[in-house]
Structures are given as C-alpha cells and as structure tokens.
Design a binder for this molecule. Structure first.
Ligand code: ZN
Length: 296
C-alpha cells in the first residue's frame, strides 16, 4: 500500500460518514400529504410551505403537496391518500366539494387507519359531508347549527359540557394572544407541556359544533366572547384512523408560535403512527409569554 493511499483513508471515512448522514436525512420514515387550494385565508400559499417545513424539520416526514383548482369543483383532484401516513388539510371556508370518488377514497383511507390533521379553517370546510364532520369532531360556519351536533366546551368546574341548545356553529372575537390550558397532559401530543402556555396572536374560535363522537379534548382556551373554555387541541378516532384537530393557526404569525408548531408536529406524528417521539423544544412558551422566535 502506498503512503498516498494511506493518507486518503480519512477522506474515505469522511465521505462514507457524510453519505450515511445524507441518506438518513433523505429517507424519513413517514410520508405526509398537505392538501390545499381553496381557503378564505389568503395566507394559505404561505402557510402550506410553513407546515411543510415544520414537518420536514422533525426529520420524520417526507412531504408532498396536492393543490386543488382555485375556483369551483376540480375533477382532477384525486390525491393518492393511501400512499400516505398522514394527510393535512389547509382548505378553508367555502371550499368546493371534492369529487365523489375523492371523498370516498378519503373516507376509506382514514377509516382503514390513515392519519388526518385539520388546522384552523379546515374545520370550516364541507359542512354537508357527514363523514368529514365525524372526522373533525367539531366545525364552524357554512350553515352549521344545532343539526350539526352539540357545542362542546369545559365549564368553570372543569367539566366537559355537550350543549344541544339551538344556535349557529362557529364564531370568534378580535385576535389576541391567549393561554392554552392543557386538560390531558398524559396524551402523547401534550405530554410535558406546561399546564398553561401562552399562544401567539390568533383567532380564538368559539361555539364550534359537530358530532363530537370518539373525541378527546386535550387543551382549551377561555373565550372572552362566550365565557367558555373552548376546545383548542382535539383528537378523534374515526374507524381505525386517528385525527388531530386544532382551530389554532389563523395567520402566519399565529403559526410561528412555538406552541402551535410543537402541537402540530406532534399531532401529525401521533395521527401518522399513534406515538410521539419528539421532545418538547427548549423555547416552548410558558404561562406568561408567547414564544415566536424570528428565526423559526
Ligand atoms: Zn381565521
């Protein structure tokens, strides 16, 4: 062996180590699909890449995006749901109905064990699609009312209330920062979160209504408008599938909240696998102040 080839060994090792790190990074274990294209929130072309980055940052997800036509119904909207571990909806209020075959494929995908994540106005979509409303548990606007299901909230004694009173579903007051109160700190999504943490400026959705079957409320926020503790983090079982639903995330600045990011990343992993392997980040917000580092 020549002295030149001996000297080249460290280079070979570095290349091998680099390749190993690269191939690991390039091959995350789970596949996520974000669907978007029609949302009354004009920021959606920005919030889809934000959510994509949050998922990729975990190292757990390879992410694809399928975008629906901007107006009207879109017969070509036929995502291959079954290829994914979790589907995230960034649709919003007034979204056109999906093609019947796409709805059927989506129902089968979740019922057979697929993960689904509904963020903010995704719970406005499809008021007339019964299976979708079972998946999200609670929804708002689009004519939702007592026929959609009960209002669900916590009262001052910490009791979960299912209120069948007549009235519209979906409302919010002016945007503000507000505390998120963890109601179940043993769930994989909320484990380790402070009992109360300050969320960045957002719309605080209230008075959502829906079937709310097989639904757990993991966290709430007190609404100055309704004087009720409104659901902010929910999980729903739909067949063998797992659904994570948060009404947080109105604007880009709302989604820059480390609390939102963490809940979203963990919620997606839980929906995809039933487990959460992610630690709570060091800059997770506490009770007094929100956390929205500019760099993230
Ligand atoms: Zn909004």
């Amino acid at each position: 062996m020549s002295s030149a080839s001996v000297r080249s060994w460290p280079v070979v090792f570095l290349l091998l180590a680099g390749w190993a790190a690269f191939s690991q990074a390039a091959d995350p274990p789970h596949r996520a699909l974000i669907v978007d294209g029609q949302n009354n929130h004009g920021c959606w072309p920005k919030t889809t890449p934000m959510m994509r980055k949050y998922l990729e940052d975990t190292g757990l997800f390879r992410v694809d995006v399928v975008t629906h036509a901007p107006k009207g119904e879109d017969p070509s909207f036929q995502p291959a749901f079954a290829d994914y571990d979790v589907v995230v909806s960034n649709f919003g209020h007034g979204a056109a109905e999906w093609p019947a075959a796409t709805k059927a494929a989506f129902e089968t995908y979740v019922r057979d064990g697929g993960g689904f994540v509904a963020v903010h106005a995704a719970d406005n979509s499809f008021p007339k699609w019964p299976a979708y409303n079972e998946m999200i548990g609670l929804g708002g606007w689009g004519g939702r009312n007592e026929s959609s299901g009960p209002y669900v909230y916590f009262d001052e004694t910490g009791k979960l209330v299912r209120d069948t009173a007549a009235g519209p579903g979906g409302s919010h007051g002016p945007q503000h920062e507000f505390p998120i109160v963890v109601r179940d700190g043993e769930h994989a999504v909320t484990k380790g979160m402070p009992a109360s943490w300050m969320h960045a400026k957002d719309e605080l959705y209230d008075s959502l209504r829906g079937p709310a079957e097989n639904m757990a409320v993991l966290a709430t926020a007190w609404s100055p408008k309704t004087k009720r503790h409104e659901p902010m983090i929910m999980t729903i079982d739909y067949g063998k599938g797992r659904v994570f639903h948060t009404p947080m995330g109105h604007e880009t600045y709302s989604m820059e909240c480390v609390g939102f990011i963490t809940a979203f990343q963990r919620g997606c992993e839980w929906a995809a696998t039933g487990k959460v392997t992610q630690e709570l980040p060091k800059d997770f917000p506490g009770e007094a102040a929100s956390s929205r580092p500019f760099a993230r």
